[in-house]
Design a protein around this ligand. Structure first.
Ligand code: MG
Length: 260
């Protein structure tokens, strides 16, 4: 190529690259305006229910809860704004069923707790109750402040599947907080698993489960496995250990659209 033509080609090439670069630097080209996210008014107090939350326990009554066993009105003790497990009455669960959600829940191990290992303030949140008793997927509650047990059974573990990433436990007698993102398992029309359940959880503001994938429902003995189910209640555990019963307060949930 003659020098003159080469210069022209280079100039045109430079112009083209320059104009492409210019096209990619317009800020408007990467702005997204729709759909507009819904407005959710946050609570005035830390840990309070946002405007679109379903309040499951506000300190007054158990109107949102039934006994898991026979679906009769839940009969755990409500006193001074606090819900306390009644171990003689068994597990309780929400009247409503949920798919994916964000859950906030506060719990307290009694200050005078006794016992060791799993027999020290044991309870739990079943993120989906799939049947009577302890059927479902359990996020463990137990005193893990100064109480050794198997790590996939300590507080904030996904019981027998995932130990927590950290032990963020407070002392017995102090209120503790779980904030949980539950993504329910998806099953096909034939009942086969399409996508497993995942859990992200914070314990007292500390990340303890980071999009952890469950291998199936919680089991005490043996390997977890899935069986197809639809939307399910959230269940609280009345564990049979002899230690003093634990308490709950300020429980609310926000339903989430399934992840596309
Ligand atoms: Mg438990």
């Amino acid at each position: 190529m003659k020098p003159k033509k080469l210069t022209l080609a280079l100039a045109l090439g430079g112009l083209l690259i320059g104009s492409l670069a210019l096209a990619q630097t317009k800020p408007e080209e990467t702005e997204v305006w729709k759909p507009v996210p819904p407005v959710v008014a946050p609570a005035r107090e830390i840990g309070g229910a946002p405007s679109d939350a379903i309040v499951l326990f506000d300190g007054r009554d158990l109107a949102q809860w039934v006994s898991t066993q026979d679906k009769s009105p839940a009969a755990w003790r409500v006193e001074d704004g606090v819900l306390t497990v009644d171990k003689t009455r068994g597990n309780i669960e929400t009247k409503r069923s949920f798919r994916d959600y964000q859950l906030h829940l506060e719990w307290r191990i009694p200050a005078d707790i006794t016992g060791t290992g799993q027999a020290r303030g044991n309870s739990g949140v079943f993120l989906a109750s799939t049947g009577p008793g302890d059927h479902g997927y359990e996020l463990q509650i137990v005193d893990s402040h100064d109480n050794a047990t198997y790590v996939n059974g300590q507080a904030a573990s996904l019981y027998k599947q995932h130990p927590p990433l950290a032990n963020a436990s407070r002392k017995p007698g102090e209120w503790q907080i779980y904030d949980v993102i539950w993504r329910a398992p998806v099953f096909g029309a034939d009942g086969a698993l399409v996508s497993p359940a995942t859990v992200t959880a914070l314990h007292n503001g500390v990340l303890v489960q980071d999009n952890a994938t469950l291998s199936g429902e919680t089991v005490y003995i043996g390997k977890p496995a899935y069986k197809a189910h639809g939307p399910a209640p959230i269940k609280l555990q009345a564990h049979g250990d002899p230690s003093a019963p634990i308490s709950f307060r300020n429980i609310w949930v926000r339903e989430l659209a399934p992840r596309s």
